[in-house]
Design a protein around this ligand. Structure first.
Ligand code: Z5A
Length: 247
């Protein structure tokens, strides 16, 4: 069990919160898995999770969102449903794990709402900021890894991965949408350079994972130190867990 240090952390957060973001097919799920396995191998408590989803209630909303059933209601409605899923995910999965000292690795999070529904959906930024304040509050990621590659390469990868299933609601958008998405994630990273690191995702999975490790390792070392003792109400976690949906 590790314990977080640092002056400006969320009260009760003893772990470390890492999110992976970016456009389609950038390798987020692949890299989230590699990072989680690497950290678990080093003895870190890790929790690998994803959005939309990551808790039973949020997984049900995931099915609805990716089916496209909410799309006709417009981007504001979609942003609200993604946020509803996030509330459940944070309450049931992320915050308890952070309170217990885990490294939480989440495949997509609130930056995806900013990008997909906010920028690409032309929503008033004040709505996105308000939703984020209500849903995420102080549980902001410590580190966000933005996996960046040209939109056409990402779509090619996603197409190759798909065997015979249908495209989901977002994969079905055109190339211009995905190019705008890439730029939006780069803009988010530029606006928050302390939190966000952009990774060139055109390289091999092994090279990308080494680039990620070079960023994560020193940050974790300075943020987490061995716990001196756990409060009596904290149950130590197994060394590595995944929300069932990403197992
Ligand atoms: N969404 C939203 O609109 N608002 C929100 O608030 C949130 C989400 C949270 C979730 O879809 C959708 O919800 C998503 C945004 C929207 N849009 N879409 N579509 P999802 O969870 O089903 O999938 P995704 O998050 O979009 O994942 P992805 O972009 O499709 O893939 P990825 O995770 O980035 O990549 P991957 O699955 O690891 O790899 C893709 C393929 O490339 C696979 O065959 C790999 O073997 C291959 N790969 C991976 N890395 C490499 C490298 N380095 N080289 C070559 N090939 C590679």
């Amino acid at each position: 069990m590790m314990q977080a240090s640092g002056p400006s952390r969320e009260p009760g957060r003893h772990g470390y919160f890492i999110t992976l973001e970016g456009g389609e097919g950038g390798g987020k799920s692949t890299q989230a898995r590699i990072l989680s396995n690497r950290l678990a191998g080093l003895g870190y408590d890790t929790l690998l999770t994803r959005e939309p989803g990551g808790s039973p209630g949020a997984e049900r909303l995931r099915d609805v969102l990716l089916s496209g059933a909410v799309a006709p209601l417009g981007p504001a409605a979609e942003a609200i449903v993604f946020s509803a899923a996030r509330i459940d995910h944070l309450d049931k999965t992320i915050r308890p794990a952070l309170a217990q000292g885990a490294v939480v690795i989440c495949d997509r999070f609130a930056d995806s709402t900013r990008a997909y529904q906010g920028a690409l959906g032309n929503l008033d930024p004040r709505l996105i900021l308000t939703l984020e304040a209500v849903t995420v509050g102080p549980t902001r990621p410590d580190l966000t890894l933005v996996l960046d590659l040209p939109a056409d390469e990402g779509l090619d990868r996603a197409n190759r991965r798909r065997t015979d299933g249908p495209v989901d609601r977002f994969e079905a958008e055109n190339l211009a949408f995905h190019q705008g998405l890439r730029q939006t994630f780069l803009d988010i990273a530029a606006a928050e350079p302390d939190r966000c690191m952009v990774i060139d995702a055109r390289r091999s999975p092994e090279d990308v994972s080494e680039a990620i490790w070079a960023i994560v390792e020193p940050r974790l070392k300075s943020a987490l130190q061995p716990a001196r003792g756990l409060p009596s109400n904290v149950i130590p976690l197994a060394s590595s867990r995944r929300t069932p949906e990403v197992s």
